[in-house]
Write a protein that binds this ligand. Structure first.
Ligand code: BGC
Length: 387
């Protein structure tokens, strides 16, 4: 063959080959790019006509978390059992209407102040503030219309670890709290089956802030069952005893020798009905705040919940100093949840990472005051595995 022709043919073959291979990698890239790990659908209409959305986050393992921008509410959260089978492990409603009817904070973001403030009032920088009272004489979880009942501005971020960024601007004076508070919460579904929740806030006037999430867990995946066989461990040597309206007395009490000692993994049912303990009587079970022995503000493992039948294990990590362990004592069978299942007494438990309740009135507690120019930043992770 003519050497020039041979060379030309060789170049042509090379170009063709190159074209094919680059075409292949483009195909792969475009395939990866079109794989969507977060999608959006309409959740329903609010009474004022605004539409609430539902975002579905999924990771490569098959874990799915659904979050609405109404209340930043987690409506669905699947986790694997020891056979690798995924099931929904959180309480909630099938539709927005269910949440609008009124539910005890299922899966919702809580703010601006999670937990109770005594008599719905506090004084800050010499000025007295009166809050909306929605729990007897006290203010609970941000008031009558807390962050669980507002529509957040949502920005989905797609990727292998999909994110939902939520933002809400709470007006100065909302529910009685001072200062315009701009709050941002980012949910990220990680590759290792963790859901990371990052909270951030800034104010234009001194105020108090204590943000958390109020998911109810039943790791059996069967919400008609009680959570009494779940085994809990909390790395806390102390808890906060409360009065009859569940306001901390101010004492940090040793858990040692009490049914509040969860340093070793213990079945919830073991001590929950020990009515000889006045604190169990006041809480109608567990409804208390545990103070972590590790007081560092870094992200640390603080609690675990294990459900023996399914083998599901949930680990809680946080930068916060405390956790409210609430054993669903006020669930009373009057709410029908997802799939028409009746949520009976103690069919879900909450582990709400936070600062101590009533801190604005308790000088001995770590401060929850946020001032202009400062930034509130906390992180909590719920990590799932099975064994
Ligand atoms: C509180 C409970 C309350 C529940 C639902 C929890 O965080 O500690 O006392 O009943 O939220 O409102």
């Amino acid at each position: 063959m003519n050497p020039v022709l041979y060379l030309k043919q060789l170049i042509l073959i090379c170009l063709l080959l190159q074209g094919c291979s680059s075409g292949k990698s483009e195909d792969k890239e475009s395939q990866e790019a079109t794989e969507v790990n977060i999608s959006k659908s309409v959740f329903g209409a609010l009474p004022d006509g605004r539409s609430a959305d539902l975002y579905t986050l999924k990771n490569a393992n098959g874990m799915v978390v659904k979050i609405s921008n109404y209340g930043g509410t987690i409506t669905y959260w699947s986790a694997p059992d020891k056979e690798g089978k995924y099931a929904d492990i959180t309480l909630g409603c099938d539709s927005l209407q269910g949440y609008l009817k009124g539910v005890p904070y299922f899966g919702a973001l809580i703010g601006r102040y999670g937990n109770r403030i005594a008599n719905g009032k506090f004084t800050l920088e010499g000025k007295a503030y009166l809050l909306a009272k929605n729990n007897g004489v006290n203010a609970l979880h941000g008031g009558i219309k807390g962050f669980d009942k507002v529509l957040w501005e949502a920005t989905p971020v797609d990727g292998e670890e999909p994110q939902l960024m939520l933002k809400y601007i709470s007006a100065d004076g909302e529910e009685g709290y001072p200062g315009t508070l701009t709050t941002e919460v980012t949910y990220t579904l990680l590759k290792d089956n963790s859901l990371k929740i990052e909270y951030s806030a800034a104010t234009d006037k001194a105020t108090v802030v204590n943000l958390t999430n109020h998911a109810y867990f039943n790791l059996s995946g069967d919400m008609s069952r009680e959570i009494l066989d779940h085994e809990v461990s909390i790395k806390a040597d102390k808890f906060l005893p409360v009065n009859e309206t569940l306001i901390p007395t101010g004492e940090l009490k040793s858990v040692s020798g009490t049914v509040f000692d969860f340093n070793k993994s213990t079945k919830i049912g073991t001590g929950i009905n020990n009515l000889k303990d006045q604190q169990i009587v006041y809480g109608k079970g567990y409804d208390h705040c545990w103070v972590f022995s590790d007081t560092s503000k870094t992200l640390k493992s603080v609690a675990k919940v294990y459900e023996p039948a399914s083998g599901r294990l949930m680990e809680v990590l946080t930068t916060e100093p405390a956790i409210q362990f609430y054993s669903g004592n006020f669930l009373d069978g009057t709410i029908k949840g997802k799939g028409g299942i009746v949520y009976k007494h103690r069919s879900g438990l909450c582990l709400e990472t936070q600062h101590y309740p009533d801190s604005p009135n308790q000088s001995g507690f770590p401060s929850t005051v946020l001032k202009p120019g400062e930034r509130y930043n906390t992180v909590t992770v719920y990590k799932f595995s099975a064994n």
